[in-house]
Design a binder for this molecule. Structure first.
Ligand code: PNW
Length: 557
């Protein structure tokens, strides 16, 4: 036998083993047309893991401009958060956060899962940038690990290894023309600040957060233009301080929480979150007074307060907001749904845009709600954010129920004509695509501000228990994105909503907080043993909306 047939046999073997890792998915579009996608492993192109030199400024397309090839009228990106993906919890001089402590306590997370290793993004980011490039992704939302930069939380104690990590990452993202959108705080509070004064329940958090924010603007503001202050205080305050199901795990129920007060602490947390956000925005706009150690507007030190920290940058808080649809068209149900919507959806946006808690919250909580002083109100309104950063996943139907205080309403996930909203893998998440369009209109009418959807996505039923090749055709998630993006598009095109962008949650399967690794929100699959990444069909489908050319093969071409 000559060499020819042998080489051919080896090639055949190689290609069929690659094929064996790939699956064929028939994808149905909303208009009923079908196409075929072949998701499979992401294989980085040779040399992808070595970060190229940063591209000269101006060489990359404007991240806010929608690429001509995109099917969407707003830009698309994808998102992650530090504790959910980085891993390397005890490496590089990183200090402990409340999520390290909490996830290591028995019984707090699914099967005791922790973020110790997560997706190992800390070591694999060059590979993940190559993955993003292969998908044509131009906007990437990520968060900074506060304790990687400042291991004990205070800015006197900078960790050079943490700075080097984010320097390398931001330089490489710039070189790849991927715009970083950076969240300062995605729930991983320095444990030292929790120990010292209880974290978000104490007013000292306001200045510590503002000082950390200012340091981050100074360190990375030359490469990061778009910032988020706090991720979803409407999630981390009640879950961290009322139910105790998220870090730091505080609540009144002594069978579950060693400490805490569920009736006071969530409100203190929310109050300090608003003030910390405003202080960070102030630092962003006006600089920071180093001699007095505070954002300029907090103290009269105007001589040191010239200029913006990040010239031309933009900043906002992210808010998790669902949609309460009226169960019927009756005046009572419409009013009940509006009460519920204002109670939850205006919780933080009313303070930021109107200077006070929504009336529905004041009516329910009375004196338990810390009130803003006139000076604080002025300070908040004098430091407006640049956009509403909306994180939307789900909705339900709300009807008047006079016997159910405090809001005299109840909710259901079945419509009055009997349609049951499909449930995702997460118990709180029901697929209700029209809710997004209604919500965008409500936000537009109430606040009139530009909106960026900074998270939207879904955990697909069964995905965590099936073998990898059986989850890659993720039609459930793909249809979710089809319908939600279609409703977002309609809100922009037909309802006059000033929608600027959309980030799919999440780029990677990751540590889903108390659910550990048992819920997968990724558009790419992560094998939590080998840490290999695979495209799901939804990632390939989304790539044609990113507008930079769709990925066509499982080899990452
Ligand atoms: C967001 N809810 O949290 C977070 O920002 C992400 O870190 C998280 O992975 C993602 O959504 C998926 O859960 C939420 O109960 C947690 O409505 C809970 C809710 C909404 C958002």
């Amino acid at each position: 036998m000559g060499w020819g047939p042998l080489v051919a046999a080896i090639l055949l073997c190689l290609s069929s083993s690659t094929r064996a890792q790939t699956v064929e998915c028939t994808v149905t579009e909303l208009d009923g047309s079908t196409s075929t996608l072949r998701p499979g492993p992401f294989v980085p192109p040779a040399g992808a893991a070595s970060a190229a030199a940063p591209a000269p400024r101006g060489a990359c397309p404007n991240p806010l401009a929608v690429p001509a090839a995109s099917k969407a009228p707003f830009f698309l990106g994808s998102a992650t958060a530090a504790y959910q993906v980085e891993g390397a919890a005890a490496e590089g001089g990183r200090g402990p956060s409340i999520w390290d402590t909490f996830s290591h306590l028995p019984g707090k997370t699914h099967e005791g899962d922790t973020g110790d290793r997560a997706d190992d993004f800390y070591h694999r980011w060059a590979n993940d940038i190559a993955l993003m490039r292969s998908l044509g992704l131009r906007n990437f939302r990520l968060s900074l690990s506060w304790t990687r930069l400042f291991p004990n939380g205070t800015v006197g104690d900078l960790n050079p290894e943490g700075v080097a990590f984010y320097d390398g990452l931001f330089d490489a993202l710039r070189a790849a023309c991927i715009e970083p959108w950076v969240t300062l705080y995605h729930w991983d509070l320095p444990q030292a600040l929790q120990d010292e004064y209880g974290g978000w329940v104490d007013e000292r958090i306001v200045e510590d957060f503002a000082a950390y924010a200012q340091a981050a603007f100074d360190l990375f503001g030359d490469r990061v233009k778009y910032w988020f202050t706090l991720n979803e205080p409407e999630t981390f305050c009640p879950l961290g301080y009322e139910t105790g199901t998220f870090a730091p795990g505080r609540c009144s129920d002594r069978t579950r929480c060693l400490e805490g007060n569920s009736s006071t602490e969530p409100h203190l947390c929310a109050y300090h979150a608003v003030l910390a956000h405003a202080a960070a925005v102030s630092a962003f706009r006006q600089g920071f007074c180093r001699s007095c150690g505070q954002a300029c507007s907090l103290e009269a030190c105007s001589l040191e307060c010239a200029g913006e920290s990040v010239p031309g940058g933009q900043i906002g808080m992210t808010n998790a907001i669902g949609w309460a649809a009226p169960y019927t068209g009756s005046a009572e149900d419409v009013a009940a749904a509006e009460r519920q919507q204002s109670f939850t959806g205006a919780w933080f946006l009313d303070p930021l845009y109107r200077g006070d808690w929504p009336a529905e919250r004041k009516a329910v909580y009375g004196d338990l709600l810390p009130s803003f002083t006139p000076e604080q109100r002025r300070f908040i309104l004098d430091n407006p954010q640049d956009f509403i950063a909306l994180q939307h996943y789900t909705g339900n139907y709300v009807y008047q129920n006079a016997t159910n205080p405090p809001l005299l309403l109840s909710s259901t996930t079945k419509s009055s004509d009997g349609y049951q909203l499909p449930q995702a893998d997460s118990p709180w998440l029901f697929v209700f695509p029209k809710a997004l369009r209604s919500l965008l209109g409500w936000l537009h009418r109430r606040y009139g501000a530009p909106i960026i959807i900074t998270e939207n996505g879904v955990s697909a039923p069964g995905e965590a228990s099936k073998p990898v090749l059986e989850v890659l055709c993720d039609q459930f998630r793909l249809s979710y994105f089809q319908q939600y993006i279609s409703n977002a598009t309609a809100a922009k095109r037909d309802d006059g909503v000033d929608l600027r962008g959309y980030f799919a949650w999440s780029l990677l399967d990751n540590f889903e907080w108390a659910d550990g690794y048992s819920k997968r929100f990724g558009i790419t699959y992560v094998d939590f043993d080998s840490l290999a990444r695979y495209y799901k069909a939804s990632a390939m489908w989304l790539s044609s909306w990113f507008g930079m050319g769709a990925v066509t093969s499982a080899a990452g071409a």
